[in-house]
Design a protein around this ligand. Sequence first.
Ligand SMILES: *Cc1c(COP(=O)(O)O)cnc(C)c1O
Length: 211
Amino acid sequence: MGLPQVLQAMEAACRRAGRDPREVRLVAVTKGRSVEEIQDKVLRFGSFPLGESRVQEALKKMEVLKAEWHLIGPLQRNKAKFAPRFTLIHSLDSLRLAEALDRVGAKAGMRLKVLVEVNLGREPQKHGFLEEELPEALARIREMEHLSVLGLMTVPPIGPEAVVRPIFRRLSELADRYGLPERSMGMSDDFPIAIEEGATLVRVGRALFVD
Ligand SMILES: *Cc1c(COP(=O)(O)O)cnc(C)c1O
């Protein structure tokens, strides 16, 4: 594929779903990629938010690349102090992390933008709140003065369309229910399905870098 083809596939999915393509943003996932690769395969085509999984790796790249940075991987509480360097944290997965981020936001005098991660596939090795924990967790997090909850995020189990589509659909239903505009879902193998089911942010890595 490559980035232009990913954008085309995003537009095609929007058309199929009767959605305005401007509602869906590409987050270019650049974890494990060098600065040169990112310039050549992503930034050459325009400015896109860059998604990184690990704080240390992101901080290094921030020194040389000008971009809007999103954190998409789990954030350890001892690294919460770096959160203000990211425009959006997709992976808020516990109340303790929320409390730590709220303190960091207070110290920095800002409201940190976050998405709450939901483990809809109920996989023990995955991060995120279980669906039944969400009402209380959201209520608590929304009370925190220095966090702004913009939406929900999920990473579905690996599987065919019959597995991932209902999960994407469910995330959209939950976001609707709680009045949250952003839905971060869909990766290289399934972003068109996620868009059909209401994604507003797709996190695509591999498909941008293959020739
Ligand atoms: C790596 C990663 C992606 C991108 O996955 P690809 O299969 O490379 O598109 C998206 N979201 C998260 C949370 C990731 O860790």
